[in-house]
Design a protein around this ligand. Structure first.
Ligand code: NI
Length: 175
């Protein structure tokens, strides 16, 4: 496995629509493992292929629900869930929308307040090319929407109602 170089704005690839993945070969498996490693090292809660300069409809997400909430002292740490999204499509969205603060590994030093659907359903392929349907809500739904936007050349700053430089206390998961 190897770390991949993350690209930053104004790198043009971040504004391009990614192409569907069609080959589920060994190279793809290596790429996926590299993306997971790169996301963890950053550290981030998601990473889309355009962020490592590849115009492919591929993203990885890893997040533990409840990670940012106050935990009871002796409670077990929240379990992280890892998703590999290939050619993802949002098939259903909740009417309910929620505001949250987002950052992005490709836009260092900025965060923004973004409205997202509270819950979504997604149709995608897993790393072996098998179709999967996923239902996610809360922060996981927010991360999915952020990553799927990346595959269409859309960045959180396009959707944000306001954008600012965070203070040190304002920690935001990046994707
Ligand atoms: Ni991002």
């Amino acid at each position: 496995m190897a770390l991949r170089q993350i690209v930053y704005l104004p790198e043009p690839i971040l504004r391009k629509k990614a192409r569907p993945v069609t080959q589920f070969d060994k190279d793809l498996q290596t790429l996926i493992d590299d993306m997971i490693e790169t996301m963890r090292e950053a550290p981030g809660v998601g990473l889309a292929a355009p962020q490592i300069n590849l115009p492919m409809q591929l993203a990885v997400v890893e997040y533990a629900e409840g990670e940012d909430e106050e935990m009871e002292e002796d409670a077990p740490p929240p379990q992280k869930k890892l998703f590999v999204l290939i050619n993802p499509e949002i098939t259903k969205v909740s009417d309910e929308k929620v505001m949250g603060i987002e950052g992005c590994l490709s836009i260092p030093g900025l965060v923004g307040e973004v409205e997202r659907h509270e819950a979504i359903q997604v149709k995608a392929l897993n790393r072996h090319g098998k179709p999967v349907k996923l239902k996610v809500d809360g922060w996981m739904a927010r991360i999915f929407q952020h990553e799927i936007d990346h595959l269409h050349g859309v960045l959180f700053t396009d959707r944000a109602t306001r954008v600012w430089k965070p203070t040190e206390e304002e920690e935001t998961p990046l994707d």
